[in-house]
Ligand binder design. Sequence first.
Ligand SMILES: [Zn+2]
Ligand SMILES: [Zn+2]
Length: 318
Amino acid sequence: MRAMVFEGVGQPLRMVERPIPEPQPGQLLLRVLACGICRTDLHLLDGEVSVPDPPRVLGHQIVGEVQPGGRRVGVPWLGWTDGVCRYCRAGQENLCEHARFTGRDIDGGFAEYTVADERFCFPISDDYHDLQAAPLLCAGLIGYRSMRMCGDAERLGFYGFGAAAHILTQVAIWQEREVLAFTRPGDATTQAFALELGATWAGPSDAAPPEPLDAAIIFAPDGALVPAALRAVRPGGTVVCGGIHMSDIPSFPYDILWGERTVRSVANLTRADAEEFLELAPRVPVHTHVTQYPLEDVNRALADLRAGRFTGAAVVTP
Ligand SMILES: [Zn+2]
Ligand SMILES: [Zn+2]
Protein backbone atom coordinates (compact mmCIF):
# COMPACT_ATOMS: atom_id res chain seq x y z
CA MET A 1 0.00 0.00 0.00
CA ARG A 2 0.98 3.64 -0.35
CA ALA A 3 1.61 5.72 2.80
CA MET A 4 2.85 9.26 3.41
CA VAL A 5 5.45 8.96 6.16
CA PHE A 6 6.96 11.43 8.63
CA GLU A 7 10.71 10.78 8.89
CA GLY A 8 11.98 13.80 10.79
CA VAL A 9 11.33 17.38 11.84
CA GLY A 10 11.42 19.87 8.98
CA GLN A 11 11.13 17.22 6.26
CA PRO A 12 8.09 16.83 4.02
CA LEU A 13 6.11 13.61 4.37
CA ARG A 14 7.47 11.00 1.97
CA MET A 15 5.47 8.56 -0.13
CA VAL A 16 6.53 4.98 0.62
CA GLU A 17 5.30 1.55 -0.38
CA ARG A 18 4.55 -0.62 2.68
CA PRO A 19 2.85 -3.94 3.32
CA ILE A 20 -0.80 -3.66 4.43
CA PRO A 21 -0.64 -3.68 8.28
CA GLU A 22 -1.74 -6.81 10.14
CA PRO A 23 -4.37 -6.16 12.82
CA GLN A 24 -3.42 -7.45 16.29
CA PRO A 25 -6.09 -8.92 18.61
CA GLY A 26 -8.56 -6.14 19.45
CA GLN A 27 -7.64 -4.11 16.39
CA LEU A 28 -9.56 -3.48 13.18
CA LEU A 29 -8.01 -3.36 9.73
CA LEU A 30 -9.38 -0.30 7.95
CA ARG A 31 -9.30 0.73 4.32
CA VAL A 32 -8.88 4.50 4.60
CA LEU A 33 -11.68 6.37 2.82
CA ALA A 34 -10.68 9.85 3.96
CA CYS A 35 -8.42 11.48 6.52
CA GLY A 36 -8.64 15.08 7.69
CA ILE A 37 -5.56 17.23 8.18
CA CYS A 38 -5.19 19.22 11.39
CA ARG A 39 -2.99 22.00 12.73
CA THR A 40 -1.48 19.41 15.09
CA ASP A 41 0.08 17.81 12.00
CA LEU A 42 1.97 21.08 11.42
CA HIS A 43 3.17 21.07 15.03
CA LEU A 44 4.45 17.49 14.52
CA LEU A 45 6.21 18.45 11.28
CA ASP A 46 7.80 21.48 12.94
CA GLY A 47 8.87 19.59 16.09
CA GLU A 48 6.70 21.68 18.42
CA VAL A 49 5.03 18.42 19.42
CA SER A 50 7.36 15.44 19.20
CA VAL A 51 6.88 12.20 17.28
CA PRO A 52 8.58 9.70 19.62
CA ASP A 53 9.39 6.94 17.17
CA PRO A 54 9.63 7.88 13.49
CA PRO A 55 9.08 6.87 10.75
CA ARG A 56 5.38 7.41 11.41
CA VAL A 57 2.25 7.71 9.28
CA LEU A 58 0.49 10.90 10.46
CA GLY A 59 -3.23 11.65 10.18
CA HIS A 60 -5.75 11.42 13.03
CA GLN A 61 -9.19 12.15 11.56
CA ILE A 62 -9.70 8.82 9.80
CA VAL A 63 -12.85 7.60 8.14
CA GLY A 64 -12.26 3.94 7.30
CA GLU A 65 -14.09 0.88 6.07
CA VAL A 66 -13.61 -2.21 8.26
CA GLN A 67 -11.98 -5.10 6.37
CA PRO A 68 -13.76 -7.41 5.87
CA GLY A 69 -17.27 -6.27 6.61
CA GLY A 70 -17.51 -2.82 5.10
CA ARG A 71 -18.91 -0.98 8.12
CA ARG A 72 -17.70 2.60 8.36
CA VAL A 73 -15.92 3.90 11.46
CA GLY A 74 -14.10 7.03 12.53
CA VAL A 75 -10.75 7.06 14.34
CA PRO A 76 -9.77 10.13 16.40
CA TRP A 77 -6.55 11.44 17.99
CA LEU A 78 -6.91 9.37 21.19
CA GLY A 79 -5.86 5.91 20.04
CA TRP A 80 -5.14 3.95 23.23
CA THR A 81 -5.23 4.41 27.01
CA ASP A 82 -3.98 2.18 29.84
CA GLY A 83 -7.36 2.24 31.64
CA VAL A 84 -5.72 1.99 35.07
CA CYS A 85 -3.93 5.28 35.84
CA ARG A 86 -5.45 7.85 38.19
CA TYR A 87 -6.83 9.86 35.26
CA CYS A 88 -8.42 6.90 33.48
CA ARG A 89 -10.04 5.80 36.74
CA ALA A 90 -11.38 9.33 37.27
CA GLY A 91 -13.07 9.60 33.86
CA GLN A 92 -10.26 11.80 32.51
CA GLU A 93 -8.74 9.42 29.98
CA ASN A 94 -7.83 12.44 27.84
CA LEU A 95 -5.04 12.97 30.41
CA CYS A 96 -4.00 9.29 30.60
CA GLU A 97 -0.36 8.97 31.68
CA HIS A 98 0.33 6.37 29.00
CA ALA A 99 -2.06 7.53 26.27
CA ARG A 100 -1.08 6.78 22.69
CA PHE A 101 -2.23 9.10 19.95
CA THR A 102 -3.22 8.25 16.41
CA GLY A 103 -0.80 9.64 13.84
CA ARG A 104 1.85 10.32 16.48
CA ASP A 105 2.44 7.17 18.58
CA ILE A 106 0.41 4.89 16.31
CA ASP A 107 0.38 4.94 12.50
CA GLY A 108 -2.49 7.09 11.27
CA GLY A 109 -4.58 7.72 8.19
CA PHE A 110 -2.35 9.28 5.52
CA ALA A 111 -2.19 5.84 3.90
CA GLU A 112 -4.38 3.41 1.98
CA TYR A 113 -4.85 1.14 5.02
CA THR A 114 -4.38 1.40 8.75
CA VAL A 115 -5.18 -0.55 11.92
CA ALA A 116 -6.91 0.86 14.99
CA ASP A 117 -7.93 -0.35 18.45
CA GLU A 118 -11.59 -1.29 18.12
CA ARG A 119 -12.41 0.43 21.45
CA PHE A 120 -11.34 3.76 19.92
CA CYS A 121 -13.32 3.41 16.68
CA PHE A 122 -16.70 5.13 16.41
CA PRO A 123 -19.62 4.56 14.06
CA ILE A 124 -20.14 7.30 11.46
CA SER A 125 -23.69 8.40 10.69
CA ASP A 126 -25.02 7.56 7.22
CA ASP A 127 -25.91 11.26 6.95
CA TYR A 128 -22.26 12.02 6.22
CA HIS A 129 -20.13 11.34 3.16
CA ASP A 130 -16.60 10.17 3.96
CA LEU A 131 -15.14 13.60 3.17
CA GLN A 132 -17.64 15.51 5.24
CA ALA A 133 -17.27 13.18 8.22
CA ALA A 134 -13.48 13.38 8.55
CA PRO A 135 -13.24 16.91 10.05
CA LEU A 136 -15.73 15.95 12.75
CA LEU A 137 -13.13 13.63 14.27
CA CYS A 138 -10.70 16.22 15.64
CA ALA A 139 -11.80 19.72 14.69
CA GLY A 140 -15.32 18.73 15.71
CA LEU A 141 -14.61 16.60 18.78
CA ILE A 142 -11.91 18.64 20.47
CA GLY A 143 -13.67 21.84 19.43
CA TYR A 144 -16.81 20.54 21.08
CA ARG A 145 -14.92 19.69 24.25
CA SER A 146 -13.49 23.23 24.24
CA MET A 147 -16.97 24.69 23.88
CA ARG A 148 -18.23 22.60 26.79
CA MET A 149 -15.56 24.25 28.95
CA CYS A 150 -17.29 27.58 28.23
CA GLY A 151 -20.31 26.44 30.25
CA ASP A 152 -23.51 28.22 29.34
CA ALA A 153 -21.76 31.29 27.89
CA GLU A 154 -24.14 32.98 25.47
CA ARG A 155 -21.77 35.26 23.59
CA LEU A 156 -18.79 33.28 22.32
CA GLY A 157 -15.69 34.55 20.57
CA PHE A 158 -13.63 32.23 18.35
CA TYR A 159 -10.02 33.29 17.78
CA GLY A 160 -8.83 31.57 14.61
CA PHE A 161 -11.68 30.63 12.30
CA GLY A 162 -10.58 27.35 10.73
CA ALA A 163 -11.90 23.79 10.71
CA ALA A 164 -12.91 23.72 14.38
CA ALA A 165 -14.56 27.15 14.52
CA HIS A 166 -16.57 26.57 11.33
CA ILE A 167 -18.07 23.42 12.89
CA LEU A 168 -18.54 24.96 16.33
CA THR A 169 -20.30 28.02 14.95
CA GLN A 170 -23.05 25.77 13.63
CA VAL A 171 -23.38 23.93 16.94
CA ALA A 172 -23.32 27.19 18.96
CA ILE A 173 -26.08 28.79 16.88
CA TRP A 174 -28.16 25.62 17.18
CA GLN A 175 -27.70 25.95 20.96
CA GLU A 176 -28.96 29.55 20.66
CA ARG A 177 -25.63 31.15 21.42
CA GLU A 178 -24.09 34.09 19.59
CA VAL A 179 -20.75 33.73 17.77
CA LEU A 180 -18.16 36.42 17.07
CA ALA A 181 -15.28 35.48 14.77
CA PHE A 182 -11.76 36.86 15.19
CA THR A 183 -9.41 36.20 12.27
CA ARG A 184 -5.95 37.21 11.13
CA PRO A 185 -6.06 40.98 10.49
CA GLY A 186 -6.94 41.59 6.84
CA ASP A 187 -8.42 38.11 6.21
CA ALA A 188 -11.64 39.34 4.61
CA THR A 189 -12.37 35.94 3.00
CA THR A 190 -12.49 34.14 6.35
CA GLN A 191 -14.48 36.96 7.94
CA ALA A 192 -17.06 36.71 5.13
CA PHE A 193 -17.14 32.91 5.57
CA ALA A 194 -17.84 33.30 9.30
CA LEU A 195 -20.70 35.73 8.66
CA GLU A 196 -22.13 33.36 6.04
CA LEU A 197 -22.20 30.61 8.70
CA GLY A 198 -24.16 32.86 11.04
CA ALA A 199 -21.56 34.72 13.13
CA THR A 200 -23.04 38.08 14.19
CA TRP A 201 -19.70 39.87 13.95
CA ALA A 202 -16.36 39.16 12.30
CA GLY A 203 -13.21 41.18 12.59
CA PRO A 204 -9.46 41.13 13.21
CA SER A 205 -8.10 39.41 16.31
CA ASP A 206 -6.73 42.69 17.67
CA ALA A 207 -10.14 44.39 17.60
CA ALA A 208 -12.44 44.72 20.61
CA PRO A 209 -15.84 43.05 20.21
CA PRO A 210 -18.87 45.36 20.09
CA GLU A 211 -20.00 43.89 23.45
CA PRO A 212 -17.85 41.98 25.96
CA LEU A 213 -17.75 38.20 25.40
CA ASP A 214 -18.99 35.65 27.93
CA ALA A 215 -16.27 33.25 26.80
CA ALA A 216 -13.61 32.89 24.13
CA ILE A 217 -11.96 29.88 22.53
CA ILE A 218 -8.51 30.31 21.00
CA PHE A 219 -7.87 27.87 18.15
CA ALA A 220 -4.94 29.73 16.56
CA PRO A 221 -1.49 28.79 17.96
CA ASP A 222 -0.59 32.38 18.81
CA GLY A 223 0.08 33.06 22.51
CA ALA A 224 -0.51 36.80 22.02
CA LEU A 225 -4.19 35.97 21.59
CA VAL A 226 -4.48 35.02 25.29
CA PRO A 227 -4.22 38.61 26.61
CA ALA A 228 -6.26 39.80 23.59
CA ALA A 229 -9.07 37.38 24.47
CA LEU A 230 -8.86 38.21 28.20
CA ARG A 231 -9.42 41.87 27.31
CA ALA A 232 -12.49 40.86 25.30
CA VAL A 233 -14.25 38.74 27.98
CA ARG A 234 -16.42 40.12 30.76
CA PRO A 235 -15.73 39.57 34.48
CA GLY A 236 -16.39 35.91 35.31
CA GLY A 237 -15.69 34.96 31.69
CA THR A 238 -13.50 32.10 30.45
CA VAL A 239 -10.75 31.90 27.86
CA VAL A 240 -10.18 28.37 26.57
CA CYS A 241 -7.01 27.47 24.67
CA GLY A 242 -8.04 24.66 22.33
CA GLY A 243 -4.76 23.80 20.60
CA ILE A 244 -1.99 21.39 21.55
CA HIS A 245 0.74 24.01 21.09
CA MET A 246 0.92 27.78 21.26
CA SER A 247 3.74 30.31 21.00
CA ASP A 248 4.73 31.90 24.32
CA ILE A 249 2.09 33.99 26.01
CA PRO A 250 3.34 37.55 26.50
CA SER A 251 3.16 38.98 30.02
CA PHE A 252 0.02 40.95 30.73
CA PRO A 253 -1.34 43.19 33.50
CA TYR A 254 -3.18 41.40 36.27
CA ASP A 255 -6.25 43.59 35.83
CA ILE A 256 -7.28 41.80 32.62
CA LEU A 257 -7.43 38.52 34.59
CA TRP A 258 -8.90 40.14 37.70
CA GLY A 259 -12.68 39.90 38.03
CA GLU A 260 -12.69 36.09 38.25
CA ARG A 261 -11.79 35.55 34.63
CA THR A 262 -10.39 32.09 33.89
CA VAL A 263 -7.76 30.91 31.42
CA ARG A 264 -7.57 27.18 30.77
CA SER A 265 -6.47 24.66 28.16
CA VAL A 266 -8.27 21.68 26.70
CA ALA A 267 -6.23 18.55 26.08
CA ASN A 268 -7.21 15.72 23.72
CA LEU A 269 -10.60 14.02 24.07
CA THR A 270 -12.31 11.20 25.86
CA ARG A 271 -14.36 8.48 24.19
CA ALA A 272 -17.41 9.98 25.88
CA ASP A 273 -16.73 13.26 24.02
CA ALA A 274 -16.59 11.33 20.75
CA GLU A 275 -19.83 9.48 21.37
CA GLU A 276 -21.63 12.64 22.43
CA PHE A 277 -20.45 14.81 19.56
CA LEU A 278 -20.87 12.22 16.78
CA GLU A 279 -24.43 11.68 17.94
CA LEU A 280 -25.12 15.42 18.04
CA ALA A 281 -23.53 16.48 14.72
CA PRO A 282 -26.18 14.96 12.41
CA ARG A 283 -28.96 16.40 14.56
CA VAL A 284 -27.75 20.02 14.22
CA PRO A 285 -26.99 19.15 11.38
CA VAL A 286 -23.36 20.21 11.05
CA HIS A 287 -22.26 20.69 7.43
CA THR A 288 -18.51 20.68 6.95
CA HIS A 289 -16.90 22.73 4.17
CA VAL A 290 -14.13 20.59 2.79
CA THR A 291 -11.27 20.99 0.33
CA GLN A 292 -10.14 17.61 -1.01
CA TYR A 293 -6.56 16.62 -1.81
CA PRO A 294 -5.25 13.29 -3.12
CA LEU A 295 -3.03 11.36 -0.69
CA GLU A 296 0.15 12.16 -2.62
CA ASP A 297 -0.60 15.89 -2.21
CA VAL A 298 -0.80 15.89 1.58
CA ASN A 299 2.29 18.13 1.79
CA ARG A 300 0.50 20.69 -0.39
CA ALA A 301 -2.59 20.43 1.82
CA LEU A 302 -0.45 21.09 4.92
CA ALA A 303 1.26 24.07 3.24
CA ASP A 304 -2.16 25.46 2.32
CA LEU A 305 -3.30 25.05 5.93
CA ARG A 306 -0.22 26.91 7.15
CA ALA A 307 -0.82 29.74 4.69
CA GLY A 308 -4.58 29.91 5.30
CA ARG A 309 -5.33 29.19 1.64
CA PHE A 310 -8.67 27.44 2.18
CA THR A 311 -11.68 28.10 4.40
CA GLY A 312 -13.16 25.32 6.55
CA ALA A 313 -11.36 21.97 6.58
CA ALA A 314 -9.08 19.93 4.31
CA VAL A 315 -9.30 16.19 3.76
CA VAL A 316 -6.97 13.75 2.05
CA THR A 317 -8.25 10.74 0.10
CA PRO A 318 -6.15 7.76 -1.04
ZN1 LIG B 1 -6.23 17.29 15.41
ZN1 LIG C 1 -4.60 6.03 31.92
